[in-house]
Design a protein around this ligand. Structure first.
Ligand code: NAD
Length: 261
């Protein structure tokens, strides 16, 4: 197996010689920001029943809704206080270098935008937990605002406009992925020249099709992940390391190769 040093060098070569780079991220890119992944030993599914995260249960059971709001406001799903880590900032740097073609993310934490990636460059396949939406009139509320309301000791927030039911703006089990986001992600991944996967086990579909589309379109594939992924054997470069440690090194070296200060 190639040494880590050599892999970083090869990945930097690919970044330096590519023009349209898709970054595909999963929960692993945000663990170094203190947000647990779902399937690891401390992951969310080790503490909560996935059945409580279906759209049907949310709509039909007020106890389940109460659990969701408790988790979002003070518990295991609070993401509003999390800050980007060096991997998120390295991706933002790629945009400044004019090479970013899109960040397609499974994450709902909003950390790519917080790190400085433009809103129109981030494709959130599973929605966004930094906001909630009214199911009746579609008004959106920042989660910080809802957290403030919940300090008034209410069980469940309601829409300030129409008193409708609010739902966190992430995609729940049993819900469709946002169609336009999915279509744009597919189109960009089919026409990129390099796809870098960061922190995803690539087991959740249809999101995990993105790197496949990229390869089908002729792009090179780099996978940076702690632990095995479903596409390890298909990767041109497979790096077993922390995203926050190697991604900045790859981008820094690519900048040097391009002669950018
Ligand atoms: P996953 O939990 O299936 O896989 C994450 C992978 O990242 C694992 O293989 C893990 O070993 C690896 N990993 C953990 N820390 C890492 C690090 N520092 N560097 C590199 N790799 C690291 O996650 P997934 O593939 O994203 O799928 C889980 C689903 O859960 C997604 O659909 C996503 O919507 C959701 N989710 C989102 C968040 C978030 O928004 N931050 C957090 C948890 C889960």
């Amino acid at each position: 197996m190639e040494s880590l040093e050599r892999q970083i060098e090869q990945a930097a070569d690919l970044v330096a010689t590519s023009a349209r780079i898709i970054i595909f991220t999963g929960a692993g890119v945000s663990t170094e920001s203190g947000i647990p992944d779902f399937r690891g030993p401390d992951g969310i599914w080790s503490k909560y029943d996935p059945e409580d995260f279906t759209i049907d249960r949310f709509l039909s059971d007020s106890k389940v809704r109460k659990l969701h709001w408790e988790l979002l406001v003070g518990g295991g799903l609070t993401m509003t206080r999390a800050q980007p880590n060096p991997a998120h900032y390295a991706i933002a740097e790629l945009e400044k270098m004019g090479k970013l073609y899109g960040v397609v993310t499974q994450n709902v934490d909003g950390l790519h935008q917080k790190a400085g990636v433009s809103d129109n460059m981030v494709f959130q396949l599973h929605g966004d937990l930094s906001h909630a939406r009214c199911l009746s009139c579609s008004t959106r509320y920042p989660m910080e605002e809802i957290i403030e309301w919940m300090k008034e000791d209410i069980d469940e927030p309601e829409c300030g406009e129409c008193k409708g039911m609010l739902k966190p703006d992430a995609v729940f089990f049993g819900e469709q992925l946002p169609y336009e986001v999915l279509m744009e992600s597919e189109s960009r991944s089919r026409s990129c020249d390099l796809c870098i996967v960061l922190g995803s086990s690539l087991v959740v579909y249809p999101a995990a099709l993105i790197p496949r589309y990229a390869q089908q379109g002729g792009a090179k594939l780099v996978i940076i992940n702690m632990g095995p992924t479903e596409m390890d054997r298909m990767a041109d470069i497979r790096i077993e390391a922390k995203a926050g440690e190697v991604t900045p090194q790859i981008i820094d070296r690519a900048r040097s190769k391009m002669g950018v200060k």
